[in-house]
Write a protein that binds this ligand. Structure first.
Ligand code: ADP
Ligand code: MG
Length: 183
């Protein structure tokens, strides 16, 4: 459902996976995000291999970020993201920072700075997570303001990039639309 004005917002979504062929989970999810109603996929970051947060007895993650232009409201978008997570067999076992087939976080929704039950915007951990900031910088200007947190390039400078590296493009499939084809 569009918001009252039917306005389109620039939205950034973070993707992560560390089970069942994580690169493929992420690629398929990008295709599913591209197919969301009232939304258009604007840009796709590279895929990155990153160390897990918290419990270390789990595989490395694959992380990425995408930009959508979307007329969906934030709650409608979060519901759609959780639907895609479920379709990927995500099981929430209550273990914080545990392994998952797919995690989709609504990072930014335009310039919204709001806290509602179950949905905080921007996502409250952006500034602490290299695995979010580095992919974001692939697809957003360094001057992007993360409301309440700061400017993207400065957040990354403070957080550090953890030395995370993109996956070589030829080690994963071709499910991601070529970035050159996106505006
Ligand atoms: P995490 O992503 O922190 O590992 P989950 O994916 O299990 O954990 O999310 C936990 C809860 O975070 C979700 O039930 C969701 O309601 C809430 N949440 C709050 N703000 C956001 C946001 N901006 N994006 C995604 N989930 C959010
Ligand atoms: Mg999440």
């Amino acid at each position: 459902m569009a918001d009252a004005a039917g306005a389109t917002a620039v939205v950034y979504i973070g993707l992560g996976a560390n089970l069942n062929n994580p690169a493929r989970q992420v690629e398929h999810a990008i295709g599913e995000l591209a197919a969301l109603p009232q939304s258009r996929l604007g840009a796709v970051s590279r895929l990155y291999r990153t160390a897990p947060l918290g419990p270390q007895d789990q595989p490395h993650f694959v992380n990425a970020a995408v930009r959508l232009d979307s007329a969906l409201t934030p709650p409608a978008l979060l519901e759609a993201l959780q639907g895609i997570e479920c379709a990927h067999g995500r099981v929430r076992d209550g273990r914080r920072w545990g392994p998952r087939t797919l995690d989709l976080d609504l990072l930014l929704h335009g310039d919204l700075n709001s806290r509602q039950p179950g949905l905080t915007l921007p996502h409250p951990e952006i500034h602490r997570r290299a695995f979010v900031l580095v992919p974001l910088l692939d697809i957003a200007p360094p001057t992007l303001l993360v409301p309440g947190q700061g400017v993207l390039a400065e957040l990354l400078r403070r957080c550090g990039d953890d030395g995370i590296e993109p996956l070589a493009a030829d080690t994963y499939g071709s499910g991601v639309p070529p970035r050159a084809a996106l505006s």
